[in-house]
Design a protein around this ligand. Structure first.
Ligand SMILES: Nc1ncnc2c1ncn2[C@@H]1O[C@H](COP(=O)(O)OP(=O)(O)OP(=O)(O)O)[C@@H](O)[C@H]1O
Ligand SMILES: [Mg+2]
Length: 473
């Protein structure tokens, strides 16, 4: 095991993150085994939700109880697009929303490990394109994490199985909330080799929820003669209930969606059977088997692996809890029930694989990104987040002599970097920070002179850049 100076804990402080559409999971090597880091509520997974609280602060990982407060879920689906997402009355780019998730996961990991974390291995859907990968790299930088490796989901899942002294051929079937990945992999003493892969970055449990929403809306139209399909709040309420009842149907044969007072005049009670639900998702499941066939074809072409050569099917992703999916897979491969492997919690599998890979990297002493403005951007995002620990909020230390204090009117976006700069200048003895000092004085001077916004933004950005370069060794 590697020694590290960040803390005296036994942990190897390079974390593995499974960045999912619906939830995120983090794992770490504790010196003897891999463990999944629990969130503040003790849960192993954090909902991939970024919302705003009543005070206008960003809250991460806690679905909002109030429909009146905006929240963004499933950001993974938007990574690599030009989508703009609205929160706190402003627009965010997808990597910024993703960065909020990573900042929170890093914070939770640091609280758990009792030391700093600067490095991570993050999973990405095997079918993700370059724009999506680039967006995750950017998000990691915004979260001040050194991204050691972007790990394809199927490789992560196969890694989690651990090595054996013989070679196994697995078909990995990973159906999560928003993406489907499948791969034929060979795992042996030499490691993991992907023989063929296919997938769909826009197919998962969220689509199943949408099918139920469509069904419920049709029922309401027939019974109440109203079309609520354009009402976003109504859709959101039905979707939430649909997701809950869908999970129930993995263990029961029937359920009922209870939707009181969707509008002032419409309440709905909609029974749903497992059979009816399975019929709704049938076409989607058939589509996944098509991808599986494509992955097998690639494995056959390049490595002469055929369907019968697959030893076991490895299930990953929450949606593989749906019984009909398991049945279709056993039929497809002609395997007995033992042919399906689901002994490792499908929700933790990929995070465990990422954690095992993370263990191979040396922890860094600091964040190594050097793009100008990155730290300033990180500080701005962090300043927008609700403080999980108010006692540790940014303080206002005494102004150092001759250096003007941070004006009360400092724009919120630049407040953290301004405070951090003043602290840094107050302790700098070497006089070697002349350009940072100049940037600070220019910015503070402009605020005091009530300069126009555009000028303030320019000078604030210049200060962020100067602060970033002052941090470089
Ligand atoms: N018991 C269950 N039955 C059916 N579906 C379930 C069950 N439990 C969870 N799910 C569904 O699994 C999905 C979440 O799975 P998971 O956490 O693996 O996804 P993710 O990793 O966040 O997403 P992705 O890998 O697609 O980016 C959700 O759509 C959820 O509704
Ligand atoms: Mg996943």
């Amino acid at each position: 095991m590697t020694e590290h100076s960040a803390s005296s804990t036994p942990y190897h402080p390079v974390i593995g993150i499974d960045l999912g559409t619906s939830s995120c999971t983090t794992s770490v090597w504790d010196g003897a085994k891999l463990i999944v880091i629990p969130g503040p509520d003790g849960s192993p997974t954090m909902p991939a939700v970024v919302g705003q609280n009543a005070a206008g602060r960003i809250v991460v990982g806690r679905p909002s109880m109030s429909d009146a407060l905006p929240q963004i879920d499933g950001i993974k689906r938007d990574l690599g697009t030009d989508e703009r997402l609205r929160l706190r009355g402003r627009h965010y780019r997808p990597p910024e929303i993703c960065a909020f998730l990573l900042i929170e996961l890093k914070r939770q990991a640091e609280a758990f490990l009792g030391g700093s974390v600067h490095d991570a291995v993050i999973t990405v859907s095997g079918s993700a394109g370059e724009p999506q990968r680039r967006a995750i790299r950017e998000a990691a930088g915004l979260a001040q994490l050194n991204l050691r490796r972007l790990l394809d989901d199927p490789v992560a899942a196969a890694m989690a199985l651990g090595a054996d002294d013989r070679e196994w051929t697995y078909a990995i079937y990973d159906l999560g909330g928003g993406t489907f990945d499948t791969a034929i992999v060979r795992v042996g003493p030499e490691g993991v080799a992907v023989l063929g892969a296919a997938g769909d970055p826009q197919l998962g449990g969220d689509d199943f929820d949408e099918h139920i929403v469509g069904y419920v809306l049709r029922q309401i139209r027939e019974r109440h003669h109203v079309d609520l399909s354009r009402d976003e709040d109504v859709r959101r309420r039905i979707r939430r209930e649909a997701e809950l009842r869908k999970r129930e149907l993995s263990t029961t044969e029937t359920t009922v969606l209870e939707l009181p007072l969707l509008t002032a005049t419409v309440s709905a009670t909609v029974p749903l059977s497992r059979r009816a639900f399975e019929a709704m998702i049938e076409a989607d499941v058939t589509k996944t088997l098509g991808y599986l066939t494509a992955a097998l074809a690639a494995a056959e072409l390049e490595h002469r692996i055929v369907r019968r050569g697959v030893d076991q099917v490895l299930l990953a992703g929450g949606s593989t809890r749906i019984p009909s999916i398991r049945e279709r897979l056993t039929d497809y491969f002609g395997l007995g029930p033992d042919g399906i492997r689901a002994d490792i919690d499908p929700a933790e599998l990929n995070a465990r694989g990422a954690g095992l890979i993370a263990r191979e990297y040396e922890p860094a002493l600091t964040f190594e990104g050097s793009r100008p403005g990155l730290l300033g951007a990180n500080l701005r995002l962090r300043a927008e987040m609700a403080d999980p620990n108010p006692a540790a909020a940014l303080g206002e230390p005494d102004p150092p002599d001759l250096l003007p204090g941070v004006p009360a009117e400092t724009p919120a976006d630049f407040r953290p970097v301004t405070v951090a700069t003043r602290d840094l200048l107050a302790t700098a003895r070497d006089g070697g920070r002349a350009s940072l000092r100049a940037a600070y004085l220019a910015f503070v001077g402009a605020i005091q002179a009530a300069a126009p916004d555009r000028r303030l933004t320019e000078l604030g950005e210049a200060l962020s850049a100067a602060y970033d370069s002052a941090q470089l060794p």
